[in-house]
Design a protein around this ligand. Structure first.
Ligand code: ATP
Ligand code: MG
Length: 332
């Protein structure tokens, strides 16, 4: 039976990239009736230092973002990673399965560690093994993610394959990444070669889910573009990363294909297209941010949802960890 797992880090506020690449698609799997498990991955967030007060707030706000986007805690499991210790326990097993050479090839580590990799945390280096644990603790079959996580999903399959091979079992499934839609990689509004990220130091690089209408409009107006008019076919967006990004965002928000969008807006200047995009973004995001703000007034309610979710998650993860230990000959 199919089972979906995915996570988002409480490493800052949710962005439009998180919404289009992840949250909106999580709602799709839930609404197709597939058992879905969604996690606030706080143990991933602390691979870079987090201010304690901000981490607590970001965790609750993230949970509010899931619910406001349409995840129903009565149908899907919503919980906080650190509260299900099986993730960290399974991650240790996978640290012993994954090879140094595999980890050294991970581009996210290279991007996040920057020039001074010697000074990055050991946790940041081991991040993909914890991510494999997140997924395989539930024997998840499908993981909806943005494009940037594709390499980590491949590593998850490598870890599952090596474990199964080393112990001569067919225990862990080979999980499928689900990377679909017009906005699998939303780019920074300031730099068409960088992805939009909640941890980018520039607030102008991203649209936050909690930005108000004026802020959204002003960020889109100031977004980098080239001076040409929009093309009428997708081919015309090749070599125009900034233009392509804005069209992809429009298509994903409107639930249209890029071809459909360009059929409507081809020939327009950005001075005309940007306000259209801003109106659409406000129309789609403002009900969500309004609901997030409302939920944030009841932090106890959010904590109770997360607590219930972690009990449900543990009921699945505990026997899988126990079976893993049994396969390995660990005495318990
Ligand atoms: P950070 O900068 O702290 O890594 P982030 O914005 O990259 O934050 P994550 O918590 O790392 O967010 O990722 C959560 C999910 O959102 C993942 O599935 C990831 O692939 C997806 N995602 C993140 N950024 C984008 C983006 N720009 N476009 C599409 N999907 C994205
Ligand atoms: Mg990220």
């Amino acid at each position: 039976t199919p089972r979906v797992f995915s996570g988002i880090q409480p490493s800052g506020g949710l962005t439009l990239g998180n919404y289009l690449g992840a949250l909106k698609r999580f709602v799709d799997s839930q609404d197709r009736g597939i058992q879905s498990i969604y996690c606030m991955v706080d143990l991933h967030a602390i691979t870079v230092w987090q201010d304690p007060e901000k981490l607590s707030r970001a965790t609750r706000e993230l949970c509010a973002g899931f619910i406001a986007s349409g995840i129903d805690p009565a149908r899907s499991i919503l919980f906080n990673q650190s509260q299900v210790p099986e993730h960290a326990q399974m991650a240790w097993v996978f640290n012993c399965v994954a090879r140094m050479g595999w980890m050294k090839r991970m581009t996210q580590f290279k991007d996040k560690a920057g020039k001074n990799a010697e000074n990055a945390s050991l946790g940041l280096f081991a991040y993909p093994a914890l991510m494999a644990a997140d997924i395989l603790c539930y024997h998840a079959t499908h993981v909806p993610v943005g494009e940037d996580q594709k390499q980590h999903l491949e590593l998850t399959r490598d870890i599952a394959t090596k474990f199964n091979h080393d112990y001569g079992v067919e225990f862990f499934p080979l999980t499928e990444p689900v990377i679909e839609g017009a906005a699998t990689r939303v780019m920074s509004l300031r730099d068409g070669s960088k992805k939009m990220s909640k941890s980018d130091p520039s607030d102008m690089s991203r649209i936050n889910m909690t930005d108000d209408a004026d802020t959204i409009a002003s960020k889109i107006r100031k977004a980098r573009t080239d001076p040409d008019a929009l093309p009428s076919e997708a081919k015309g967006l090749e070599d125009r990363p900034e233009a392509r990004n804005l069209v992809n965002i429009y298509a994903a928000l409107a639930d249209m294909t890029v071809a459909q969008v360009l059929a409507d807006v081809g020939g327009k200047q950005f001075s005309e297209f940007k306000p259209m995009l801003a109106d659409l973004a406000v129309e789609k995001l403002s009900p969500i941010s309004g609901e997030m703000a409302r939920l944030m007034e009841q932090p106890d309610e959010i904590d109770a949802i997360l607590r219930r979710g972690s009990d449900q998650a543990r009921a699945i993860a505990t026997p899988i960890l126990e079976q893993t230990y049994d396969i390995m000959g660990i005495v318990r």
